[in-house]
Every structure is written in structure tokens, then in C-alpha cells.
Design a protein around this ligand. Sequence first.
Ligand SMILES: CCC/C=C/C(=O)SCCNC(=O)CCNC(=O)[C@H](O)C(C)(C)COP(=O)([O-])OP(=O)([O-])OC[C@H]1O[C@@H](n2cnc3c(N)ncnc32)[C@H](O)[C@@H]1OP(=O)([O-])[O-]
Ligand SMILES: NC(=O)C1=CN([C@@H]2O[C@H](COP(=O)(O)OP(=O)(O)OC[C@H]3O[C@@H](n4cnc5c(N)ncnc54)[C@H](OP(=O)(O)O)[C@@H]3O)[C@@H](O)[C@H]2O)C=CC1
Length: 275
Amino acid sequence: MQSMFAAGLFAHQVALVTGGGSGIGLATARELTALGASVAICGRKMEKIEAGLAALAADGVPSERLFGGTCDIREPDQVAAFVGQVIERFGRIDVLVNNAGGQFPSPAETLSPRGWEAVIRNNLNGTFFMTREVATRAMIPAKRGRIVNVTAMVVRGFPGMSHTGAARAGVENLTRSLAIEWAAHGIRVNAVAPGNNIRSSGTAQYGEELLEVTRKATPLKRLGTPEEVARVIVFLSSTQNDFVTGAVWGIDGGQPLWGELWPIPEPEPQPEAKG
Ligand SMILES: CCC/C=C/C(=O)SCCNC(=O)CCNC(=O)[C@H](O)C(C)(C)COP(=O)([O-])OP(=O)([O-])OC[C@H]1O[C@@H](n2cnc3c(N)ncnc32)[C@H](O)[C@@H]1OP(=O)([O-])[O-]
Ligand SMILES: NC(=O)C1=CN([C@@H]2O[C@H](COP(=O)(O)OP(=O)(O)OC[C@H]3O[C@@H](n4cnc5c(N)ncnc54)[C@H](OP(=O)(O)O)[C@@H]3O)[C@@H](O)[C@H]2O)C=CC1
């Protein structure tokens, strides 16, 4: 696989990629391992992790540089156990990519309290639990680390998926807070915000029709790929970019600058103000 990064850029470094068994997470794990990193991946389903590890092995990554296991990032005990296993296996964690996440479409007025909580827990709480665990156990003691949070393009809100819009905006603010709090520990914290126009295992569940809506809403008039998102994540994971922290990098083909992003009913005209 050809890379835009220098060979061996991540040699002797260890990266933990959540949701690394599929889509953007797997593309990130492939780029990092190709550049010499040892990589640990986790997710809720072991079969997805096994498929991810098999893809990395097929790339030629030796088994001593690979680790994978189940971990639901919403559960602090599972997060603590998995991070412990990674440290035991590799002895350090230099890079954390908080890529795991997701949601489902729902109008806000019919969203159940449990449905709201499920998405907040999956994206905001899970990211915080994993980040603090890795920082306190590996990065703060070592006085070095780079954290990249994968959010979503939410600068225009996320009508039709308000739960994920709120959670991702929370992660973006968390990114800025921790970039400041942990600057003294040598830790850089950034976020990557993909538009809703990346063709991946994740967006496949939304169907071709919706992907075509989002493609048309993209000035570049095409969908992005997991590999294109991965390259931005890897760019922010490298020590070569150690003056970048607290940033949110969009990768969206210019989509936020374009018209309708999500099909919702046209709002009713409102009466004009009297005075
Ligand atoms: C194009 C867009 C751009 C974005 C792209 C991407 O992100 S790509 C990446 C895409 N990848 C992903 O999104 C993958 C990750 N996403 C997921 O695993 C799920 O979306 C999850 C986050 C809800 C966790 O699910 P879980 O089963 O562990 O959930 P739980 O047991 O913790 O809570 C259950 C509560 O949630 C509710 N509820 C759940 N599903 C639906 C639904 N379809 N419909 C309605 N409601 C739903 C359900 O009502 C229940 O509440 P109730 O009925 O008891 O009041
Ligand atoms: N593709 C796109 O256009 C966009 C994607 N994103 C975000 O990018 C990230 C990657 O998405 P993408 O690769 O497209 O989709 P995928 O659905 O393939 O990736 C999501 C990954 O996260 C894992 N995951 C989900 N919830 C949890 C959890 N609670 N604990 C541990 N692992 C979990 C899943 O594995 P498992 O099911 O085994 O748990 C899966 O491997 C997600 O956060 C997504 O929301 C944001 C905007 C747009």
C-alpha cells in the first residue's frame, strides 16, 4: 500500500484504535501498522475484531505487533480491563484513536429517553472513559501521547439525529478542554470530523438513496473513503504535528458549505413579527 507518510514514522510506537475492526477504524489501523506501529483494536463484537486482525495479518503485519479484544467503551470496567491488557501486552500506549461510535436516525420528538441515553453513552461517555483510562495509566506517567477523537460534522447541527449532534459537539468541547489540561503532560488532543458523506461499513446501514442525497450535497460531488479519513487521523497522531492541539479537522469535501444535508420536512412559514 502506498503511503503519503515516511516509512517507519510510527516504529516502536503503540496505538489503540477503538472500533478498529471495521470502516474508518480499520483503515486507520492499517495505515498505522504499515508505518511500523503496534496496534490494539477493540469493539463489542469479537467476529468484527477477528476480521480486522485477519485483514492486518493479510497486509503482512507480524502477529507480535497486533492485539485485539472485546470492549464496550460505554462500560468503565471493560475499558479498564482492555487498557490493562494492552499495557500488559505492549508496555505503553503512544496514540489513542477514539473512533468507536454511532447512532440511529430518529426525529427528536419521538426519541425515547433510553434511545437518547444510548447514543450519548456510546459517543460522549465512551470517549471520555477510554480517554481518561489511557491518559492516567499510560500517557500521563510517560509524559507523552497523542489522542485523536473521531466525531462528525456537526457545525450546522444534526437535524434528524440530534442525539449524536449533541454528543459529538460534547466530544469536540472535551477535545479542547483536555488539550489545555494535559498540555503540561506532553499530550496532544485533537478531533477529526468526517462529513456524513464517507462510504463505509457504517454509512452502508443508511442505504444508497441517502448516500446519494449526501453526495449531491457535497461540492466535490463524490463520497469520501475510510482511507482518506484515516490519513487525517494519522497526520494528527504523528509527533511531526506536535504543535497542533485542541483542533477539530473537518474532512467532508466542503459539505458544510453546501445546502440541505438531511431530508426533513420543509418548515411551515411563520407569521411576520408585528413591530
Ligand atoms: C449518514 C449519517 C452520518 C453518520 C454516519 C455514521 O456515524 S456511520 C457509523 C454507524 N455505526 C453505528 O451506528 C454503529 C454503532 N451504533 C449502535 O450500536 C446503535 O446505534 C446504538 C448506539 C444505539 C447502540 O445500540 P444498542 O442496541 O447497544 O442500544 P442500547 O441497548 O444501549 O439502547 C437501546 C435504546 O436505543 C434505541 N435504539 C437503538 N437502535 C435504534 C434504532 N435503530 N432506532 C430507534 N431506536 C433505537 C432503542 O429505542 C432503545 O431504547 P428503548 O426502546 O428501550 O426506549
Ligand atoms: N462514515 C461516515 O460517513 C461517518 C462516520 N462517523 C463516525 O466515524 C466512526 C467510524 O465509523 P465507520 O467506520 O463509518 O462505521 P462502523 O460502524 O464500521 O464503525 C463503528 C465501529 O465502532 C465500533 N463500536 C460502536 N459502538 C461501540 C462501543 N460501544 N464499544 C466499542 N466499539 C464500538 C463498532 O464495532 P462493534 O459493532 O463490534 O462494536 C465498529 O467497529 C464512528 O464514530 C462514526 O459514527 C462520523 C461521521 C460520518
